[in-house]
Write a protein that binds this ligand. Structure first.
Ligand SMILES: C[S@@+](CC[C@H](N)C(=O)[O-])C[C@H]1O[C@@H](n2cnc3c(N)ncnc32)[C@H](O)[C@@H]1O
Length: 319
């Protein structure tokens, strides 16, 4: 289990480092930094830039402020002296699952099109329109690695009942396989595109115990109880967490476990560099904080024990 945790945390750290590099490349490529070596009015920078998608340009400038490359006064903005160190040590490199790197390169290239218009067809980040691209992302070794960790934490085995909120196209197979045929896996997702990919695999494999529902997890009221509820890389698409955390706790059996996988923002400085790119998916809000999750748990009527595993996993035990 230790090595699965290390792999998640080290790869997330590397994803943030690559995002920082890509963010810096954008500033150089679009002449943002050289213009801002002297102070400018923020509004002038926005209006004079040839980048047509002004909200995205604003989001880029704000990200530069957050990571410490630019500083912003009331109306003005300018560059700071900035340095960023990437450390490659043998201990962390041995945990790399590097097939996410080309995906990050693709996303970096999409920004050029997004700067023209947010609706550009070459942006492949919509769960429905671009379900195939999302499926490629979710099929990576990195993603299978955290599903293995979920299986190990939840002690998943034949006969168990699992509810997966925001299940995507791959977990219904990888997690579903572990609980059937005497168990039950219910996957909820609001994207028909993602679900139809999952559905065709389930039919092919004849996993009759895997049930998929096209619903918004913000409004569901589950009727049944489950041993395990999973939320992996989904809280980042929700503007508020309390309601869905309450739903997850309601759906758990006594002593059941809610397993949350996310890069919790307190644990990863400069996470906003990665967020800039993820915002190409229109539903993306931000990676959640552990603090907000604990707060939401405290608002439920349930007693719970919260375990933190590494920097990206929270396990909530319902007492
Ligand atoms: C990044 S993917 C993660 C999928 C899966 N949990 C995994 O780890 O492989 C996020 C998924 O959550 C779904 N999603 C996002 N917001 C949702 C919502 N409000 N209701 C239902 N599904 C949602 C998306 O359609 C997408 O399939």
């Amino acid at each position: 289990m230790n090595s699965l945790v290390k792999k998640i945390d080290e790869n997330i750290s590397a994803m943030i480092q690559i995002s920082m590099l890509n963010l810096i490349k954008l500033g150089l490529k679009y002449g943002i930094f050289n213009k801002l070596t002297i102070k400018h009015h923020y509004a002038d920078i926005l209006s004079s830039s040839p980048i047509r998608n002004k909200p995205l340009l604003k989001s880029l400038l704000d990200t530069y402020v957050e990571v410490g490359i630019l500083e912003k006064g009331i109306n003005e903005i300018k560059m700071k002296n900035f340095s960023y160190t990437i450390t490659l040590n043998r201990e962390s490199v041995q945990h790399m699952l590097p097939n996410w790197v080309p995906i990050f390169e693709e996303i970096y290239k999409m920004v050029d099109y997004a700067f023209i218009t947010p609706e550009h067809p070459k942006i492949l980040m919509d769960f429905d329109k671009d379900a195939d691209f999302w499926d490629m992302r979710l099929s990576l070794e990195f993603n299978s690695n955290y599903r293995k960790l979920i299986a190990s934490i939840g002690k998943l085995k034949d006969g168990m009942a699992v509810l997966d909120l925001g299940c995507g196209s791959v977990s219904p197979i990888e997690i579903g396989r572990l609980v059937g045929p005497n168990g039950k896996y219910v996957g909820i997702d609001f994207s028909p595109g993602m679900l139809s990919i999952a559905e065709s695999r389930i039919r092919e494999l004849r996993f009759d115990w895997v049930i998929l529902r096209e619903l918004d997890i913000r409004t569901i009221i589950p009727r049944n109880k489950y041993d395990i509820v999973i939320m992996s890389f989904v809280l980042e698409y929700l503007p508020t967490l309390s309601k869905v955390i309450n739903t997850a706790m309601n759906a758990l059996n006594e002593n059941g476990k809610l397993i949350i996988i996310e890069p919790f923002r307190e644990n990863y400085p400069q996470i906003s560099a990665w967020e800039f790119f993820e915002k190409l998916t229109k539903e993306f809000t931000q990676f959640p904080s552990k603090f907000a999750i604990r707060n939401s748990l405290e608002q439920t009527n349930y007693d719970f024990k919260l375990h933190e595993i590494g920097k990206s996993v929270l396990v909530v035990e319902k007492l």
